[in-house]
Design a binder for this molecule. Structure first.
Ligand SMILES: [Zn+2]
Ligand SMILES: [Zn+2]
Length: 148
């Protein structure tokens, strides 16, 4: 069971770190054409940028299917990626962007930090000069209460 937990954590961490990298160097780079739909006000519920979620979700589904017979590392990493995706959806899409109106503004220091860090990312709608590309891995200053 401990190995299952390690691979879940690994899948989760891989998403945050590769996500940071993909967001900074690809989405704000050669894939800006797709990602810019997330930095502009959108008139429709879905945006072209949602393709990235679909892509990451598919990776998780494929890993789970490949590993389900033996419950090997692929299965648990797929679960880790799914847990990350779910949290990403709740925090990024619902809490920060309010695509669904489930919550009001965050009140805890941790959630406020995530909220402010991602708002800082959206302060620009340009490809260049954006900051805080991760969801959880963001500069520590955002978690200091004085700044809220
Ligand atoms: Zn961005
Ligand atoms: Zn965003």
């Amino acid at each position: 069971m401990i190995t299952a937990f390690i691979f879940i954590a690994l899948g989760f961490a891989t998403m945050e770190f590769s996500g940071w990298f993909i967001h900074k160097y690809l989405m704000h780079g050669p894939l800006w054409m797709i990602h810019k739909t997330h930095h502009q006000p959108s008139k429709t519920f879905f945006e072209l940028n949602d393709l990235f979620s679909l892509l990451f979700g598919s990776v998780a589904v494929i890993l789970i299917i490949k590993g389900i017979d033996t419950l090997d590392y692929r299965f648990w990493m797929g679960i880790g990626i799914s847990v990350y995706g779910l949290l990403y959806f709740v925090l990024h899409d619902v809490l920060v962007h309010r695509r669904l109106k489930w919550f009001d503004r965050p009140k805890t220091t941790f959630l406020k930090g995530i909220f402010k860090a991602h708002q800082a990312h959206h302060r620009t709608n340009q490809k260049e000069d954006a900051v805080s590309f991760g969801l959880f891995v963001v500069p520590k200053k955002f978690f200091k209460d004085e700044e809220n």
